[in-house]
Structures are given as C-alpha cells and as structure tokens.
Design a protein around this ligand. Structure first.
Ligand SMILES: [Fe+2]
Ligand SMILES: [Fe+2]
Length: 368
C-alpha cells in the first residue's frame, strides 16, 4: 500500500529537491583504517537484519490506541480540549497524533538515508566511507520498517517544517562535517531518545519491536559521528569550531522549541495555536523535551565542541547533567533490549509450530 493516499495534509509535493554543491572525494591510499572505525564497520556488517522477517508483522496495532501508550503522555491530556472530546474523538486523536510521531520517524529515516549516501561521497577517509555504506543499507531498512508500521495506522504525515529546515541545512552545507553534525549528532541523537520513549512505554509489541530493532542500528550511527568528529575537530581553528558550536546550539534550541504536532492538530480540526501552547506548557512534555537530549549531550562533550558557550546553553536547557552519561552503556542497553524482543519472537514462533504439530498429531490419532 502506498502512503501517498494516507496523508492527512492535502496537496503534498511528490518530491523534495535540495540543490547540492559539494566535492566528491576519492581516496587512493587504501590504508588499514582506524581501529575503532573498522570495529564499528565489522559490527555494521555482522548486525544486518531483515525488516520483513525479524519483526513479527502478524502482531497488530490496537484499534483504539494504536501503540497502547498512556494518555497521560499526550500533550493535550490535561487540557479542556481533551476533556471535551467524546470516546470516538479520543480514539481518532490518538491515531492521528501517534501516526504524526511515527511519520516524523519515517521521514527522518529518509533524510538519514540521503545524508549517509552524501557522506559516502564526500568524507575523505576510506574507513568512514565503508561505515557510511553500511549505514545507507541500515537507513533503507528503517524506512521499510516504519513505512510498514505506519501503513497499519491508515494515516500519515509529511516531514514537519522544523525538521525539514534542519535537514535542508545538513544537506546544503558543502562541508562534510556539518552533515555529520546535523544528522549523526543532532537528528539521530534526538531520534534515539524519541525511539527509546516509544520502545519503553508502548505496550504494543509491534511498536516495541520496530523501535528496538531500529535503535540497535541507530546507536551505532551516533557512535560513527562521535568517532569521526572526535578525530577531526581538534584540527580545526578556534574560529571554525566556534562556527560549529553556534550551529549546534541553534539546532538544539530549534528542535526543542519548534518540533510540535501542528499538522495533526490542524487535520483533527483542533485550535492549532492553543494545542501548540498546551504542548509547551504540559509537564510531561517538558520532561520529554529534556529527555530528548540524553543521547546528544555526551557525544557533543566527546567530540570537543564543549566550550563554556555550549555548556551554558545546555545548562539553560536543563540537560547539562546528561554529559556524565556513557554512550557505550546506552548502546549496550539498546542491544540487550533488541535481543530480548528477538527471544520473545523466537518463543512465540516455537509455540506456534508446536501448536500446529500438536493439532496435526491429534488429527492423525482421531483419523486412526
Ligand atoms: Fe535510521
Ligand atoms: Fe541512523
């Protein structure tokens, strides 16, 4: 099924074209590559998976609350807007708002696919080209998985303009490290935290699986940005690093303050400004917007964009403490959760096979 017919926003352009002006770099040295990068590349190859067979697509979404998320997690839950809705309207609002969220994941995955392929062309190091090539495949698989999940909602949304602005910057900039900074650090860092939120709070098995399996790859992608930029940034001048820091601070505020479900409020016929203001004020959403920076801040510290200016901005956002987190621990946790869900799927399949075999056996004995 095509998503084209499911968009709740009318007259969407079928394509988005971003003009590009950058140098494609070949590397003739063919050296052995940096150890951590080659290790990550081996991991990237070993951990490929198939979105069609690893996810148990026999599971369904809940018709009344697709991902089975607590209503308290919704930005509108404590508002008169929510209180006034009847049950049918609430069911429809859950479906649209959750689909808006998954749509941003899907559209972000396509942006990641394009950025990773740009990295393959542009980055001057062969080991980084190798790793980025595995990421290209990962991102295609993520699109496949989220598209399949979103189809089950029966409604979809285009990329929201604030995300589009940042992706546009990531692609237009002719310096390869700026694509990394915007995509591998900011967008993927935020995405990891947003995926984790669904993985850990949704009761629906399909939502848990898709997010957990995608996260296993994404935490490698964030590590890829970390390794590359950590080596590269010390070689820049202070003025060049200052420019990266200014971009980073602006991008973080932009995503924290602008990323809201306006398109869904509009499609639901709700007062858009009132809903957007409620989402800014909502206690749960404030906590959520803070938690979104859990994965970005430790990476920013590690890549050395850690001047007083950056630390002050993160202190102002209430996220500076995340700098103490260790990305390796988080990455190990992501892998463990994905493996647990693999085990649940394996057991379900085994029970199914045993059930069929038992049925067959009883059929044979009755026939005899
Ligand atoms: Fe991805
Ligand atoms: Fe990614």
């Amino acid at each position: 099924m095509s998503l084209r017919d499911l968009y709740a926003v009318p007259d969407i352009d079928p394509c988005w074209t971003v003009p590009q002006n950058f140098d494609t770099t070949f590397n003739w040295e063919y050296d052995d590559g940096r150890k951590p990068m080659m290790h990550l590349y081996q991991k990237g190859k070993d951990m490929q998976w198939n979105a069609l067979s690893r996810v148990n697509w026999d599971e369904e979404l809940d018709p009344e609350n697709p991902m089975e998320l607590p209503d308290e997690m919704g930005a509108l839950y404590y508002t008169p807007i929510w209180a006034k809705m009847n049950d049918k309207e609430k069911i429809n609002a859950r479906r649209h708002l959750q689909a808006w969220n998954i749509s941003q994941f899907l559209q972000g995955e396509q942006a990641a696919l394009i950025c990773a392929s740009k990295t393959v062309q542009q980055v001057p190091y062969l080991d980084a080209k190798f790793y980025a090539a595995t990421q290209v495949m990962d991102e295609a698989r993520h699109i496949e998985a989220y598209q399949k999940l979103l189809n089950k909602f029966g409604v979809a949304y285009p990329m929201t303009p604030p995300l589009q602005t940042l992706v546009d910057q990531a692609l237009r900039d002719s310096r390869w490290d700026m694509t990394y900074l915007a995509m591998q650090v900011v967008i993927e860092g935020l995405a990891l935290a947003a995926f984790a939120n669904i993985r850990d709070t949704a009761k629906n098995s399909l939502a848990q699986q898709v997010n957990a399996f995608v996260m296993e790859d994404e935490s490698r992608h964030v590590a890829f940005g970390r390794i590359t930029l950590k080596d590269y940034y010390p070689h820049l001048t202070q003025a060049e690093r200052d420019e990266r820091e200014d971009f980073l601070i602006e991008a973080c505020y932009h995503m924290r303050d602008r990323f809201d479900a306006r398109e869904a409020y509009q499609a639901l016929g709700l007062p858009v400004e009132e809903c957007a203001a409620a989402a800014q004020e909502c206690g749960y959403m404030k906590m959520y917007r803070t938690a979104l920076f859990q994965r970005i801040v430790p990476i920013v510290r590690d890549i050395g964009l850690w001047s007083e200016k950056v630390q002050n901005a993160y202190a102002d956002m209430g996220v500076l403490d995340f700098a103490k987190m260790d990305y390796r621990t988080l990455m190990a946790g992501d892998q463990k959760r994905a493996e647990e869900l693999d085990e649940i799927n394996r057991r379900k399949r085994q029970e199914y096979v045993e059930g069929v075999a038992a049925l067959g056996a009883s059929g044979v004995s009755e026939a005899q």
